[in-house]
Ligand binder design. Structure first.
Ligand code: SF4
Ligand code: SF4
Length: 283
């Protein structure tokens, strides 16, 4: 059975400084980077040992990971493991793309976010066009701030029509969008309404904790990034004994990387094999 692992290690720094970023505000020391590298290498080695399962990996760092060669190397190595069928990562796409030449590119998926205040559109789109030539699967997203609406229109025109452009709803301010805002955003991202919502989740079935888990740098397993209880450790021989289907214990689930795994939402059908990197099956 497939096991999807959402890995979030100790990394918590970024080369960008987005005002809406809830994390990545730290400058890490050399020792902290080294600590992250040691844990990341251990994770890659552990995944190599789990060859009795089909594994999908999704890196969801609290910062930008792909500017660090250790993450590039980890992804290259993971894509070459026969039992790993997908390696996806959230990125601002500011890194060089040379490392991708060493990947098994059919297994790579990029969740790329465009941050208009931190990069220029031509540069970001140029990188996307390079990914097209390299046949890398990727989605592009943007935070749906009203001041981004022009950038949303422009980047939609600039990207290949087959590239899915998702909008993350800005939900920190209640009733932020009026009806015409919603119509505009849904015209760009037909799935916007799923994101512009905190889904009631308590007591409902979710694949997290069973076929999807969150793992931190020390190997501690949580069912997802949003429920803090540790249910096991990836480095324990019997960690799979702790994996089982249980109802969600959180009141609401409002982040794509969580609610996409809820059993009674139709999103596994929508995204299919692109569920981690947020690429609908139809693109
Ligand atoms: S690129 Fe992402 S991680 Fe970096 S500051 Fe912006 S939102 Fe935060
Ligand atoms: S519904 Fe959301 S909060 Fe609940 S287990 Fe799933 S991902 Fe976690």
């Amino acid at each position: 059975m497939n096991l999807s692992i959402l890995y979030r290690g100790a990394l918590s720094s970024c080369n960008y400084g987005c005002g809406y970023c809830p994390f990545a505000k730290k400058v890490e020391t050399k020792a902290e980077h080294e600590h992250d590298r040691v844990q990341l290498d251990a994770f890659v080695n552990r995944v190599a040992e789990l060859s009795h399962r089909t594994i999908s990996i999704f890196f969801t760092p609290w910062g930008e990971a792909l500017i660090h060669p250790r993450y590039q190397r980890a992804i290259v190595a993971l894509t070459h493991m026969p039992h790993v069928n997908k390696v996806a990562i959230q990125t601002n796409l500011s890194c060089s793309l040379r490392w991708i030449d060493n990947c098994e590119v059919s297994k790579l998926g990029l969740w790329a976010t465009y941050h208009p205040g931190e990069t220029v559109q031509d540069q970001f789109v140029g990188t996307c066009l390079s990914l097209d030539k390299m046949q890398v699967r990727y989605s592009v997203g943007i935070v749906g701030l009203k001041e981004h609406f022009n950038a949303i229109t422009e980047i939609r025109k600039a990207l290949h029509p087959n590239v899915y452009l998702w909008i993350n709803a800005y939900k920190r301010v209640s009733d932020y969008y009026c009806e015409s805002d919603r119509r505009f955003l849904e015209s760009i991202d037909p799935l916007f309404s799923f994101n512009n919502n905190y889904h009631d989740s308590i007591g409902r079935a979710c694949r997290c904790g069973d076929t999807v888990i969150s793992v931190d740098g020390s190997g501690d397993i949580r069912r997802c990034h949003f429920i803090p209880d540790v249910v096991g450790n990836l480095y324990a021989d019997n960690f799979e004994g702790a994996l089982r289907a249980t109802p969600c214990t959180a009141a609401k689930c409002g982040c794509h990387i969580g609610y996409v795994h809820m059993n009674d939402l139709p999103l596994y059908d929508v995204f299919g094999a692109g569920v981690l990197e947020r690429i609908p099956e139809t693109t």
